[in-house]
Design a binder for this molecule. Structure first.
Ligand SMILES: [Zn+2]
Length: 493
């Protein structure tokens, strides 16, 4: 069977060129994809979740097309300083100091929490999830290499990347569309205290102050790697000097990704990444999310509804569906009303998915040209992963399914097979949605039946108070009992 990628010409928006380009892997059918992962010093930010869910969708779609994807997403567990700066406390060490824990206890706690949230969102684990602390030796090697190439300098136990020298033979700012003169005029002058030759230079290795507890020996003394270095090292180690996709949130474009490009270029003499993809940010009620203003929500609070911003909790699959209804390069605004609306749409779609399983087939198909619908669906997905348009196509199919179910439209057995395999592939595999009620419906049924039986017993004992209490408490929980001549039934509000 010819793989789907043969007839699906995927195009991706390459941040490096500012164009949509045909996606041609360096070594098809293999695809190498690197995405900057979280710094594990606090609960994962919902904005970061969106980025990782966007790349999970891409990972899944590439696999669906028949590519063999190696997806590397790192865990930053050292070297990321406060304010993303070259000076200051390590974010993880700071949290460890405040909570009186070992830095690695902080790392463990938030790595476990992060993975749990991602699995609730039904995101695949990456193929490799390397850590910065697991690659200190490789990072030291890359620093040595850049020093040997003359593009870095050592001062007092720290090593800095020489941006101006690098820029003589390459372009620093290539990704974010800036040039070095603009960048220099935008930074403040060195204050005389700094060891750097230029304010644009960034740390490859930092000398550890006596209070800096996350420290390792190196040829330049005891210290720790600069934040940007780990991604260059780990992407090269697991995907090679040249690889297909590098992703991350838009906020990482500058300086993080710009510095990665410079480090890789300095080491390998060429640009490493073929397609740079960036996900856009997420706002909450039209405003930037911020802990200090209280305009913030944790993923768990979204699921439980335990936040004043929400009227109720939402199933992770509803949240994922909501995210997929926006293009990954558009800003997405979270609000209670938007989630409620998404939930309605999601339920409509899931109901059609269920109906699809038991449709009557006919000798003809009337109401939808299934083959051209399939082409349209793939066509929009191939246009830079346009999930909102894909979902619109799935709603077209849902309307058609409802029409058949109502006896107004018709479908042949072979068209139904194509329709259902395509709907299933997009719903479950690519968008990675779930049918939430399925698994728990039986358990709920059993639990309510126990209460109905208890109430029957109470009534037989003429214990009206208990009988009413069971009925009223269930009603408070949205479960309405109805006494009929064939016994008691219930409905969920
Ligand atoms: Zn990175």
């Amino acid at each position: 069977m010819t793989p789907l990628y043969e007839k699906n010409k995927l195009t991706v928006y390459n941040s490096l060129t500012g164009n949509k380009e045909e996606f041609v892997p360096i070594n098809s059918p293999f695809v190498g994809m690197y995405v900057c992962g979280p710094t594990v010093y606090s609960d994962v930010h919902l904005g970061n979740c969106r980025t990782f869910i966007s790349f999970d969708m891409m990972f899944r779609y590439l696999e669906h097309l028949g590519y063999n994807v190696r997806y590397v997403r790192n865990i930053t567990d050292a070297g990321h300083l406060e304010n993303d700066a070259d000076e200051g406390e390590d974010k993880i060490a700071k949290k460890a100091r405040i909570e009186q824990l070992e830095p690695m206890e902080i790392v463990q706690q938030y790595t476990v929490g992060f993975r749990k949230v991602m699995s609730l969102f039904n995101a695949h684990a990456p193929s490799i999830e390397p850590t910065a602390t697991g690659h200190i030796i490789e990072q030291i090697e890359m620093v040595k290499d850049i020093l040997e190439k003359g593009l870095a300098y050592e001062v007092n136990g720290s090593v800095y990347f020489d941006v101006e020298k690098y820029n003589k033979s390459a372009h620093y700012g290539i990704l974010s569309g800036r040039n070095i003169e603009e960048l220099i005029s935008g930074t403040r002058e060195l204050d005389g205290q700094s060891e750097k030759r230029s304010p644009l230079d960034f740390a490859l290795w930092k000398k550890a102050s006596p209070s800096h507890i996350m420290r390792w020996p190196s040829p330049w003394g005891v210290g720790f790697p600069g934040w940007h270095l780990e991604c260059s090292v780990m992407s090269t180690k697991y995907l090679g000097e040249q690889f297909d996709i590098h992703g991350g949130g838009m906020d990482l474009k500058f300086p993080h990704h710009e510095c990665e490009i410079a480090q890789n270029h300095a080491t390998h003499g060429a640009h490493s990444v073929k397609y740079w993809l960036h996900g856009n940010m997420l706002t909450l009620n039209g405003k930037r999310m911020s802990k200090s203003t209280g305009n913030t929500i944790l993923p768990e609070e979204l699921f439980s509804g335990d936040n004043t911003i929400l009227e109720k909790g939402f199933h992770p699959s509803v949240v994922r569906f909501f995210m997929m209804q926006a293009h990954y390069r558009s800003v997405l605004d979270f609000s209670n009303d938007a989630l409620v609306a998404a939930e309605k749409g999601y339920i409509r779609l899931t109901e059609a998915m269920k109906k699809m399983q038991s449709l009557q087939v006919s000798k003809t198909t009337e109401g939808l040209d299934v083959a051209s619908w399939v082409d349209t669906l793939y066509g929009v997905m191939n246009d830079d992963f346009n999930t909102p348009m894909a979902i619109a196509q799935m709603f077209e199919a849902a309307k058609f399914i409802n029409g058949i179910s109502d006896g107004k439209l018709k479908i042949t057995a072979s068209d139904l097979e194509i329709l259902s395999s395509t709907m299933n592939a997009f719903f479950f595999d690519v968008l990675a949605l779930q049918l939430p009620q399925e698994g728990n419906a039986d358990k709920l049924d059993a639990a309510v039946q126990v209460l109905i039986d208890l109430r029957m017993g109470a009534r037989a004992d003429k214990n009206w108070a208990l009988s009413d209490e069971i009925r009223d408490k269930l009603a408070d929980g949205g479960i309405m009992l109805k006494d009929g001549k064939d016994g008691t039934t219930y409905s969920v509000e």
